[in-house]
Write a protein that binds this ligand. Structure first.
Ligand SMILES: Cc1ncc(COP(=O)(O)O)c(C=O)c1O
Length: 390
């Protein structure tokens, strides 16, 4: 049925995800490979310029991935030992790991049942005298309640860092997410709305943050590679504070430039596939389809997540196993942070929604190139399983 092969098992008919890589993308990568400057060069600058234009931010700084983007953002705000950072309980571990890398403590906030985005009330409950940042995630590509979160952060004089890993193309009242707080962090991991394989981007409207990040991603040096070789003596640079090697190379940047040119069409294909699933799955018993965005939101449709209501016939895990038997790969986004061994030692409470959601959610195969025929197959299998005719 599918031209796309699953990377792990050849009997899989419908993979969970497949990145959209064109002939032009491959050409761009080969072209970049022929250059003598393979990292920290003109392709990175071009990708950054285009990403800043796309998001409307003053500065865009390419980095090795979104985890390093989050780490550098926390460092730019001077967050460290003894500080607390509020993150949603329902997110990928990287959101909290970046806080741990900064020697600070992640504090888990609960999420909304409907959008799975961080709950404003829960943030309020988790603010203490040690809170130094709030780090919401625009979950599955849907903007969180960013107006209320911005107000709350301002009222408490707490900086806001936005995890926009799922949210390339997500806008709220026409403003691209990542521009509401001090910094926004994006991921270009293969499953994301555009990919550079590994890769990330920081956007900010603060010159000071941009200046720090540009140097800190490059070991903390006072000059980048082009500045060193184009002006004066290449070894004539200083380092005021030790930084990191979090650079984005020319090959990945070239792929990113090409992918970004197609973001609008990629997101429209995602929207169509999302709406198709929603229309065809809505009447199946014990299923809750994801809600649609408000009219002031532009959704990036990063993931398609169903909820299976508690029932005495088919559990979420059973649905997962039966779909796999039909050659359909699904997943769960995510196991809540408080469930991980590494985070169990942190004190946490009042995470009822993320705990409940964890037992109910299942992410369906979802990518720009998914065909209606593939979706129909997924839908018909779910219908049969949920109506217990299997
Ligand atoms: C919400 C969220 N934040 C951060 C990350 C980390 O992204 P990266 O793999 O680019 O470091 C991910 C990756 O999946 C993510 O889903």
């Amino acid at each position: 049925m599918s031209k796309i092969k699953d990377a792990f098992n050849s009997s899989i008919k419908i993979p969970f995800f497949s990145p959209s890589i064109t002939k032009d993308d491959k050409k761009a990568v080969l072209y970049a490979l022929a250059s003598t400057l393979l990292t920290d060069g003109p392709k990175l600058r071009e990708f950054e310029k285009n990403f800043a234009k796309f998001t409307g931010a003053k500065f865009a700084i390419g980095v090795s991935n979104a985890t390093s983007a989050l780490h550098l953002s926390l460092k730019a705000l001077g967050i460290g030992r003894g500080d607390e950072v509020i993150v949603p309980d329902m997110t990928f571990v990287a959101t909290a790991n970046a806080v741990v890398h900064s020697n600070a403590t992640p504090v888990f906030a609960d999420v909304e049942m409907d959008t799975m985005n961080i709950s404003v009330d829960s943030i309020k409950d988790k603010i203490t005298s040690k809170t130094r940042a709030v780090l919401p995630v625009h979950f599955a590509g849907r903007a969180c309640n960013i107006d209320e979160i911005t107000k709350l952060a301002k009222k408490n004089a707490i900086p806001l860092i936005e995890d926009c890993a799922h949210a390339i193309g997500t806008r709220y009242h026409e403003k691209h997410v990542g521009n509401f707080g001090i910094v926004g962090c994006f991921s270009f991991y293969p499953t994301k709305n555009i990919t550079t394989i590994e890769g990330g981007m920081i956007i900010t409207n603060s010159r000071d943050v941009a200046k720090y990040v540009m140097s800190a991603r490059n070991h903390g040096l006072s000059k980048n590679l082009m500045e060193r070789y184009n002006h004066g003596m290449p070894w004539d640079y200083d380092m005021k504070e030790s930084g990191y090697n979090y650079r984005l190379d020319e090959i990945r940047s070239s792929l990113g430039i090409n992918q970004l040119k197609r973001i609008k069409i990629l997101n429209v294909l995602r929207k169509n596939a999302f709406e198709y699933y929603n229309a065809k799955l809505a009447d199946i018993p014990d299923i809750i389809t994801p809600s649609l965005p408000n009219k002031w939101e532009e959704h990036a449709y990063h993931l398609y997540i169903l909820r299976i209501k508690e029932n005495d016939r088919v559990s979420r895990d059973e649905l997962f196993r039966k779909l796999l038997n039909f050659g359909i790969r699904t997943s769960v986004h995510y196991k809540p942070l408080h469930e991980f061994s590494a985070f169990k030692k942190l004190k946490h409470c009042d995470l009822d929604n993320s705990t409940q959601l964890y037992s109910e959610i299942i992410s369906l195969p979802f990518y720009p190139d998914i065909t209606k025929k593939q979706q129909d197959y997924v839908i018909s299998c779910i219908r049969r399983i949920m109506s217990n005719s299997l």
